[in-house]
Write a protein that binds this ligand. Structure first.
Ligand SMILES: Cc1cc2nc3c(=O)[nH]c(=O)nc-3n(C[C@H](O)[C@H](O)[C@H](O)COP(=O)(O)O)c2cc1C
Length: 609
């Protein structure tokens, strides 16, 4: 087993993929490299934050030396057992946290505001005494001391918990390898039987041809040997010949759940920025489909808590998928079977587009675009173990000028993949070129009747309808367009340019922050995490140019915004590319930053100090 403690950003504009503990299992390997260990996914921030630095992983466009959040001292924090009202602390004398609530209240930093969002909306606050808005729900009585108020009636009526939280039991079962994967085992047997049959078929066919040749005295055709196909070529399976297991698998009865994806507004999977509070913000503004940040299959199988946090689903996410990344049919299928069994998810997406070297070199992400047989096995096995649709997200190809998505799409279509999304750029191009919508159109035609969504450079309803009307795509996925102006979903649905005011934009940020405080916590650490992800989002948000100030609408995504003054001070502040100004915006919502606070976004391109 090889363990890579790393995860890696995209380049240029979107330093898209973020470091997380990353484990790819490969049978027979015994190498152990600890390359990096930075944790940057939205959820993992809560769990751990190890530092890294390695010349081997120097990723393009990333602010590697940016400051890390300061940690609180344990002896100044309240023991979690006191926060959750679980009662006694199981660590006894060894516990380093504070246990006396009165002692804690004396040294606790002052409240940041009077209204606790969670308490006001749901009648309770999970962070009780540690909440930085605790004045709203913590009472003091000289006889009984401090108590945290819970409105049980409101709680039962208003609160719907997030789904797909990793339970302690499942975590233990996974760690002790006590989870069974029967469907995967059957599917894997299916593909190995099939490989055997295919080899036998090829042998028989070549014998027949040889015999015929001997009989007729002609030379046989030379292009029948699939086994010698180079790794970067795309094989198309023959429709004739013996019946293979894949044919049987593809004839499974239509008991699978179906989703009508057509013309739905799809918010792209976005590592770090596409966290749950952001997705909730986009849902409110009109997104139809949401997808979690890319998760590494092997990490999920090992019950990695930060990876499992990416599975969480908010009640408002009515069409919700998760995206998996992996290189092997066994791990990908096991992971799919596990999620199918234990989570409430509407679809699973395979990441075939991740450009990052460490993923690519392990044969996952966009590398699967040049490993068509492996891809066939992965999709066949995953499809066989799922009761929900399987989808794929891919790029145009690996190298610019050598597009091959159009030849991969028929392969995955024949594996019963329900939807494919094509991002109109190659791995090599990253964000340096405009998305190739002509090629996306070609892909949509090649994949017929499987629906294809197009993805790339959509920042306005004009871009959206032009792409939809001029190509054969079944719908559009939006990534940076949603980060720069999440109200793009409303604009598309209402077919208008929304000249949104700065105060309306601030309200959107306020909503995000409120959801963040519920999700990451309203204690000191939760506030730091919420601020951190708000600031990461600001590194995209400031690129919006108000419609009312544009000489030529609509704004194009690849144009660098000019310096301009807004129509009020807040609009000017929001247009600032200086991260210190984003910190000021965060202070309007989350109070003053701690002393010596510094922030640099991950994306160097946007970090103007
Ligand atoms: C911050 C960021 C994070 C991303 N994370 C992912 C991811 O986890 N999985 C994925 O398939 N694509 C990811 N992408 C790529 C986008 O989903 C999308 O394919 C790409 O940005 C092109 O679309 P756009 O031009 O609308 O931005 C990410 C992009 C950005 C900017």
């Amino acid at each position: 087993m090889s363990k890579y403690k790393s995860f890696i950003p995209d380049s240029g504009d979107g330093n898209a993929y973020i470091k997380r503990e990353f484990v790819l299992t490969k049978k027979g390997g015994n190498e152990k490299k600890n390359v990096t260990g930075e944790i940057l996914s939205a959820e993992s921030e809560n769990i751990n934050a190890t530092k890294l630095e390695s010349k081997h992983t120097k990723a393009r466009g990333q602010n590697k030396r940016r400051p890390r959040p300061q940690k609180e001292k344990l002896e100044e924090k309240l023991c979690p057992s006191k926060i959750t009202d679980e009662g006694t602390c199981t660590f006894g004398d060894k516990c380093k946290y504070l246990h006396d609530i009165s002692d804690y209240m004396k040294i606790k930093p002052s409240d940041l505001g009077e209204d606790c969002f969670s308490y006001r909306k749901y009648g309770f606050c999970n962070y009780s005494y540690a909440c930085r808005f605790a004045g709203d729900h913590v009472e003091y009585n000289p006889e009984n001391g401090y108590s945290n108020v819970v409105d049980e009636d409101m709680k039962s009526k208003q609160y719907v918990p997030v789904k797909n939280v990793l339970s302690r039991d499942l975590q233990l079962s996974l760690r002790k390898r006590k989870v069974g994967f029967n469907r995967t085992e059957t599917a894997l047997k299916g593909i190995s039987l099939e490989q055997e049959k295919r080899r036998k078929c090829a042998k028989d066919e070549s014998n027949d041809i040889d015999n015929n040749d001997q009989k007729t005295g002609t030379l046989s055709s030379v292009n029948v040997t699939h086994d010698t196909e180079p790794d970067n070529s795309v094989s198309t399976e023959s429709n004739s010949g013996c019946v293979l297991d894949s044919d049987v698998i593809s004839l499974r009865p239509p008991e699978k759940k179906k989703i009508d994806f057509k013309n739905k507004l799809y918010l792209a999977p976005l590592t770090t920025c596409g966290n749950l509070p952001f997705r909730v913000t986009c849902k409110r503004l009109g997104a139809d489909i949401t997808c979690g940040e890319m998760a590494v299959a092997t990490n999920l199988l090992q019950a990695n808590i930060s990876e499992w946090a990416l599975m969480k689903r908010h009640p408002s996410e009515d069409i919700f998928g998760v995206q998996l990344c992996g290189a092997f049919p066994d791990t990908m299928a096991r992971c799919a079977e596990l999620l199918n069994k234990t989570c409430d998810i509407d679809f699973i997406d395979i990441n075939l587009g991740c450009p990052i070297d460490l993923i690519y070199k392990k044969g996952a992400g966009s590398a699967l675009m040049r490993r068509s047989k492996k891809l066939f096995d992965i999709t066949t096995c995953m499809e066989a173990v799922l009761d929900i649709p399987l989808t794929c997200k891919l790029r145009t190809g690996i190298e610019t000028g050598k597009n091959n998505a159009h030849s991969i799409l028929p392969i995955i279509r024949d594996c019963n993949v329900a939807l494919a999304t094509v991002h109109g750029r190659s791995r090599e191009a990253r964000y340096t070129r405009v998305a190739d919508w002509n090629y996306i159109d070609k892909c949509a035609q090649a994949a017929d009747p499987m629906p294809v969504f197009g993805n790339g450079d959509v920042l306005s309803y004009h871009d959206y309808y032009s792409a939809l009307d001029n190509t054969s795509v079944a719908g559009i996925m939006i990534a940076r367009g949603a980060l720069i102006k999440p109200w793009i979903f409303t604009e598309i649905k209402e077919r208008r340019d929304w000249d949104i005011s700065s105060s309306e934009r601030l309200d959107l940020l306020k909503n995000f922050v409120n959801e963040g405080l519920v999700h990451w916590g309203s204690d000191t650490r939760g506030i730091a995490t919420t601020r951190r992800f708000l600031l990461e989002w600001c590194s995209f948000l400031h690129r919006y140019i108000p419609v009312g100030l544009l000489e030529h609408a609509p704004q194009r995504i690849n144009e660098r915004p000019p310096y301009y003054f807004g129509r009020d001070d807040l609009e000017t502040l929001m247009a600032s590319p200086n991260c210190n100004d984003w910190v000021k915006i965060s202070e309007m919502l989350l109070g003053k930053v701690p002393e010596n606070f510094e922030f640099l976004p991950k994306h160097k391109a946007n970090a103007y100090k």
